[in-house]
Design a protein around this ligand. Sequence first.
Ligand code: M6R
Length: 620
Amino acid sequence: MCGIVGYVGKQDAWPIIYEGLRRLEYRGYDSAGIAIVNGQGDLQVRKTVGKVHGLDETTIANQLQGSVGLGHTRWATHGRPSHENAHPHIDCQSRIAVVHNGIVENYLELKQQLIDAGHSFYSETDTEVLTHLVEEGMEQGLSFQDAFRRMGNLLKGSQAISAVLQGHDSEICALRLGHAGGIVVAHADGQAIIGSDLPALLPLLKAESNAGQVGFLETGEMVVLTTAGVQYQDLDGNPIEKEPRLVTQEEVLVDKAGYQHFMLKEIMEQPQAVASAMRERVNFETRQVVFPDFPLTSQEIADLERVVLIGCGTSLNAALVGRYLVERYGGLPAEAESASEYRYRDPFIGPNTLVVSIGQSGETADTVAAMQMVKDKGGRLITICNTEGSQASRIADGSLYMRSGIEVGVASTKTFVASLTILNLLAIFLGKSRGTLDISTTQELVDGLTKLPRLMGDLLADIAPYKQVAHEYAKFDKFLFLGRGIIAPIAYEGALKLKEISYIHAEGYPAGEMKHGPIALVDNAIAIVALAPKDSLYDKVANNVKEVKARDGCVLSVLTEGDTQLAVDVDHALYIPDAPEHVLPMLVTVPMQMVAYHIALLRDRDVDQPRNLAKSVTVE
Ligand code: M6R
């Protein structure tokens, strides 16, 4: 969602905050703004509509000098992207600046009370009430800190908020309510930074020779940053002792490494992401899955009655693949559910239900809320997640980390294949532990997975075929992606990748369902992407392709190398190596990503930051 950065120290705050905002831009890029308290104690604000670099366009004129300030990069919820709605928001007397990530659920009620008390508003945001609430508290004689805390106690909803006061050139307050957004805090050498996420802290970690101690704000906690140090407290003002965590530069470094886009870099990192996901979880000598971090005992695993996999967007598509894997290899009934729907249902969850949440960020509001519901109902809960210390990892009984490194491109790529790798390991582990998979089958499955980094590397070694296909297909304005069985969710993911980065309408459908409606769409203006690797349903998909060709549809297929049967029927084909069924989803994903990427480039799209999106959706 939105990104928050704050700095207090001895250096000029502007470049540090600006750099932090650039690093957090993946969280939202509808508008950006910075407020600095200058040397005279005056509060000065600069804003831009659109991306953070807009703040830099007239750098000399725009840069403000002063060593304390706040910045914000916005993903719009209340109020369209505009200068007025951009943060920081200031109070009536331009003394208090506030930045905010999340939603103030009772803002209309608070706004009316403030208007009745004489406050006037200039924006359409919920955030603006926060500045006026702090102002109101100070008018009542409270200190800045106390007024800030009082404001926190008046709010409903999930959010992270930070504020700075004019004249108070050495203090920043921040607090966190609920699960909508984190606040991380670093302090070193008379300087302190807060951020919505670790990359904002890089300037201090640099100074600390590659590593630094980082505090993570929990819900209901507040922090006050000064040059002298960092004080944590609860919302009653009681001091809190917080154990910081050592964070290294590698955990926060964000770099395109020479690639044109983060998305391409992250696609190229997929062989490594798969290998990292397997590290320490596969015994390569015995060819068995060992899950040292698995949170259930053998007896609890034996007692399991069903598995429910939940996630949103790409992570939901991973859950849908996971459902096949758990049914087939884990020997357990499995369901896959969209977390945004599941959270509002009243599902049966018993003590022997294992719920597996999947999420790159571990902060997606719908996923976190669904997890909380599962916890409240007494289900067992694990998360497959890429972000240590995230909400998901805190709520779950245990976390199976993806270890993919930061994913910056808004389109999920390497974390999708990492999720699929871990879901494979989980299914094999459950099957082996419950006695539904024998040792030799387990070994065969593990062998298939261990070849995956090499096979994916081969697929990525030559990108010319993807570019060529993209040139042929970039002209289409409608796409239908078809797949069956374990490959059906890859059709959904292929459609999601294409639509989110190219803005082309694309739909993913189970190929067997086509004759029940979507076949009516087939004409020469729609591209059909048929995913037909050699698997147990290959013949069925081949029939579906023939049905399309009989109606003059244009078909791009993903086939297994050496396929001579379908290759003659389709208009264009991309090939993946022959591989066992459980690893096919990861292999088929690669051409989907690469074609989507190159079509988006040909359409001149903002690949890493597509319009209207944000990397983690921490509001409902
Ligand atoms: O962080 P999460 O995996 O929970 O995010 C869920 C979705 O917002 C996310 O997967 C989204 O669909 C992708 N970025 C699309 O590529």
